[in-house]
Ligand binder design. Structure first.
Ligand code: FAD
Length: 433
């Protein structure tokens, strides 16, 4: 009998909760990763950098495992098929995973749970991706928090050493199954091209954390951690990072709490992950589905330089600064009155750090339909935002080199007109409910 540990968005050996419990089970542990065809088939960009990111980290894991005479099994296919095959092939006592809170993942795991149950195999989910999951933090009324500030207060109160300490995975590493895995599918065999993206480091300098609070809102400063992609795929541990944040920067810790907050929103209100507005009245808004306008926004050709700089940064490097994400998202949903779900999907395709919970939370916040949203009549002025957060136009000039020349387009909509159009459409929808 063996135990399987299924890596998903937790691509590391150190401080990995599920792997730790698998190794502690006493059975030899076989690590597994599945390149999920359901997910891969949906990716239209065959140069998607995320595939290479995942691939490289699995190869790193393999190298480390090999130093213990162990290995990782890498499969490419539909998870249900893979699990049917594996449960015929091996005598599996238990399967360990780290819980993934997205609706697709929960549905998938339920199916796998049923498949392996037929052979009497238990399927176990551990908490690894967040500090607090599901219903661990509830309001005094026993309901999930839908407003961030009281949630963050409760989070800070509860986050003691117990929740923040690391799992000493290495202590039981000798319990890995000693074997050599068959060759893994290559990136090319899976229909993708290897990328040469220079991925951000998985560390944040304490020096950077010191200036984080003052500088994080200024996109030209490069003052944020760029750890999003590592948190997304679990190539760093949230516990380790939260401890570091607690020691060096309360403001940075607050951002990590936002991450937990949106994960628990997605878990408690899974319909937000299935295209529904958190506040249902906002689904009455009559959006404009103007293809040309949407394309201008995607291409960074709106004539509003901060919006264009952000979209071009996204298109070129798969990253956009948080302040600019807020401004571009607001511009699409309010100035252009285009359904925020189209913008959400565009970000999902382009962002290296794309995460359903955070992206959906950010988009619904910007559109006004989410938890904790600013009142709908507060509409970002993209020009004022640029003056305030990029006063020397350094960020703008970096991404929009033709800004200030006659090559640069005129604003595609007048701010005042767009503002009024938005207020009218929102009012109509919200009064109708
Ligand atoms: P830092 O400022 O260094 O923050 C550290 C980490 O904290 C981030 O990596 C992230 O994991 C977490 N974090 C920070 N802010 C938030 C937040 N508001 N909500 C949730 N987690 C947060 N974040 C994503 O991780 N994936 C997304 O797909 C995503 N889409 C967004 C879409 C919109 C419209 C908006 C307004 C925000 C979105 N965010 C998303 C949140 C935020 O913009 C990014 O986490 C951040 O810009 C990533 O850069 P960083 O790693 O340098 O962040």
């Amino acid at each position: 009998k063996i135990v399987l540990f299924w890596f998903r968005r937790d691509l590391r050996l150190d401080d990995n909760a599920g792997l730790y419990y698998a190794l502690k089970s006493g059975y030899p542990v076989l690590p597994l990763f599945i390149f999920d065809k359901n997910i891969l088939d949906d990716l239209t960009n065959k140069k998607d950098d995320r595939i290479t990111f995942i691939y490289k980290h699995i190869e790193d894991i393999r190298k480390e495992l090999r130093s213990h005479d162990a290995d990782i099994l890498v499969e490419y296919g539909f998870p249900e098929d893979v699990w049917k095959k594996l449960s015929d092939q091996y005598d599996i006592a238990e399967i360990y995973t780290n819980t993934d809170y997205e609706p697709y993942a929960t549905d998938r795991d339920k199916k796998i749970f049923r498949i392996v149950k037929e052979k009497g195999t238990a399927f176990k989910g551990c908490k690894d991706q967040v500090i607090f999951e599901k219903n661990e933090i509830l309001s005094g009324q026993g309901t999930p928090y839908t407003v961030f500030t009281p949630y963050s207060r409760a989070w800070r109160e509860k986050s003691n050493e117990f929740y923040l300490s690391s799992y000493p995975t290495k202590k039981y590493i000798k319990n890995l199954l000693k074997w050599t895995a068959p060759a893994s599918p290559t990136i090319k065999e899976m229909g993708f091209e290897e990328s040469d993206y220079d991925f951000p480091s998985d560390h944040i300098q304490p020096e950077k954390l010191k200036h984080y609070a003052q500088e994080r809102d200024f996109p030209a400063e490069n003052a944020t951690s760029r750890l999003g992609v590592h948190l997304r795929f679990g190539t760093i541990s949230i516990r380790e990072l939260a401890r570091e944040a607690k020691d060096h920067s309360g403001v940075f810790l607050n951002e990590l709490i936002w991450r937990d907050f949106y994960q628990q929103i997605l878990w408690n209100f899974p319909e937000v992950g299935r295209g529904k507005a958190f506040r249902s009245a906002y689904d009455n808004i009559k959006w404009r589905y103007d293809k040309e306008d949407f394309k201008k926004w995607c291409d960074g050709q709106t004539g509003y330089p901060l919006v264009d700089a952000g979209m071009r940064q996204l298109n070129e490097i798969g990253f956009m600064h948080n302040r600019v994400r807020m401004v571009t998202a607001s511009f699409l949903s309010k100035h252009l009155l285009i359904d925020w779900r189209l913008g959400e999907a565009y970000f999902a395709e382009k962002l290296l750090d794309y995460d359903l919970a955070a992206n959906n939370g950010g988009w619904q916040w910007a559109a006004g339909s989410g938890t904790d949203a600013a009142p709908y009549f507060r509409i970002f002025n993209p020009t004022a935002q640029a003056e305030r957060f990029d006063p020397k136009q350094e960020y703008i000039k970096k991404w929009v080199p033709e800004f200030g020349t006659d090559q640069y387009p005129e604003p595609m909509v007048d701010h005042k007109m767009a503002r009024e159009r938005c207020l009218k459409a929102y009012k109509l929808a919200l009064n109708a409910d």
